[in-house]
Design a protein around this ligand. Structure first.
Ligand SMILES: Cc1ncc(COP(=O)(O)O)c(C=O)c1O
Length: 401
């Protein structure tokens, strides 16, 4: 029996640091002197009782009140910290609330924030309709700005939000260059790392201050729970984010924490299939006369392919393609003809999705000028040949006879 196996038998965490898939299989497991389940079971609570007055008044209690987390939440947040290569992870009710909370934690009245033009669209609403109420100004920047971000940093800039690859248009950002300029002015860089799931890219290693994920997507992985995470290495920053989340009264259900923790166990295995299926679909789509371009950073024809190769160890299941200009009737005909691709928001679950994305209205720094309909595909875990055949028969419906 290996040393690690003996230790586990005795109820201790493994003593060796394994590779990422091993880490994901072992992270956040319960330990104890007695027998215990392999996964941390659901610990639901609002009130947590303390056995004595002395325990009640102790300052450094790990579990205080259900809203601040139970062992179910800790198992998940410890596991996400391992995944992201960070020290502390704050769980939040959704990916959007994770982004909003980090922005609120890092701003005050009259702050200025720099937000990538390719951000998840609802972030714009937070910035333009909510933060503005407190005098916080948002400036959207070209996702491909790299080190020229320095020209936009002002004395009152308190945060830079990146998302790589960006929502809908899949630009890969040069996080290392942005960080190196931002650090000169002590401006924290936040990265929405949902696309890579933390499995293919770790922004904290590139010097980013916070890596944010919509746990709803690949970590949850089954399209049945909503959650967000923010992971930091800087404990003072983590405390700030934690405080803001508590002040806002956030709560993550223990059941959802359990589901997401169960999801993380199979993250690597699932992502490999998402990756292979997406690449097969992207390569096939690139050859179709109905398609004018494919937006997938792992393809050599993507403008940021070299940057993607530098930073990412793989690609997930989400990419875009531009359908050659056609009538809305034909677009509807194509979408309605699909059998295996569902039409719905979100992504990262086991199922394939395909939606049209009217992207022009969510760009201000870099206008979207492509003709035709931008489509977003999430390649699920179905058989890739079936997915290709499904697209093929749907194109057949709109192909001129
Ligand atoms: C890149 C990205 N970030 C954040 C979010 C928000 O996540 P949630 O739906 O968990 O709020 C989404 C949702 O689609 C997303 O695509």
């Amino acid at each position: 029996m290996s040393g690690a196996a003996k230790m586990r038998k005795k109820g201790k965490a493994p003593t060796q640091k394994g590779k990422l898939n091993t880490v994901l299989a072992t992270a956040g497991r319960p330990c104890g002197e007695d027998s215990y389940p392999v996964n941390q079971s659901v610990e639901r609570a609002s009130t947590i009782l303390f056995p004595t007055y002395e325990e009640f008044v102790r300052e450094d209690k790990e579990f205080v009140y259900g809203r601040f987390g139970t062992r179910s939440h800790k198992a998940l947040s410890d596991s996400i910290s391992e995944l992201e290569g960070g020290k502390q992870t704050q769980l939040m009710p959704s990916g959007l609330s994770a982004i909003t909370t980090c922005l609120l934690a890092l701003t005050q009245q009259d702050s200025h924030v720099l937000v990538t033009d390719s951000c998840y669209d609802p972030v714009r609403s937070i910035c333009d309709r909510f933060l503005t109420k407190y005098g916080i100004k948002t400036e959207y920047y070209d996702p491909r700005i790299g080190s020229q971000i320095v020209d936009l940093i002002r004395p009152e800039t308190t945060a830079i939000l990146c998302e790589s690859p960006g929502s809908l248009t899949f630009e890969v950002q040069d996080i290392a260059s942005i960080v190196s300029e931002a650090q000169k002015y002590d401006v924290p860089v936040l990265v929405d790392n949902t696309w890579s799931a933390g499995y293919f890219y770790q922004p904290l290693a590139a010097g980013a201050s916070v890596s944010i994920q919509s746990v709803t997507k690949y970590i949850g992985g089954h399209a049945d729970c909503l959650m967000g995470s923010a992971t930091c290495n800087d404990t003072a920053l983590a405390a700030k984010i934690n405080r803001t989340s508590r002040q806002l009264g956030h709560n993550v259900s223990a059941d959802d924490a359990y589901l997401a923790h169960r999801g993380i166990r199979s993250l690597g295995a699932r992502l490999k299939v998402h990756e292979a299926n997406a690449l097969q679909l992207a390569d096939w789509l690139a050859q179709q006369p109905e398609v004018t371009s494919v937006l997938h950073p792992a393809r050599v024809d993507h403008p940021d392919h070299e940057l993607w190769k530098r930073d990412f160890s793989g690609s997930s299941g989400l990419f875009g393609f531009v359908l050659a200009p056609c009538s809305e009737e034909n677009l509807a005909h194509f979408c309605n003809a699909l059998d295996y691709f569902g039409m719905g928001y979100s992504w990262g679950g086991f199922e394939s999705l395909l939606i049209p994305c009217p992207v022009a209205r969510c760009r201000s720094a870099v206008p979207w000028r492509e003709q035709g309909h931008l489509m977003r595909i999430h390649a699920g875990l179905e058989d890739a040949d079936d997915l290709v055949n499904d697209l093929d028969q749907a194109f057949g419906q709109i192909r001129p006879a």
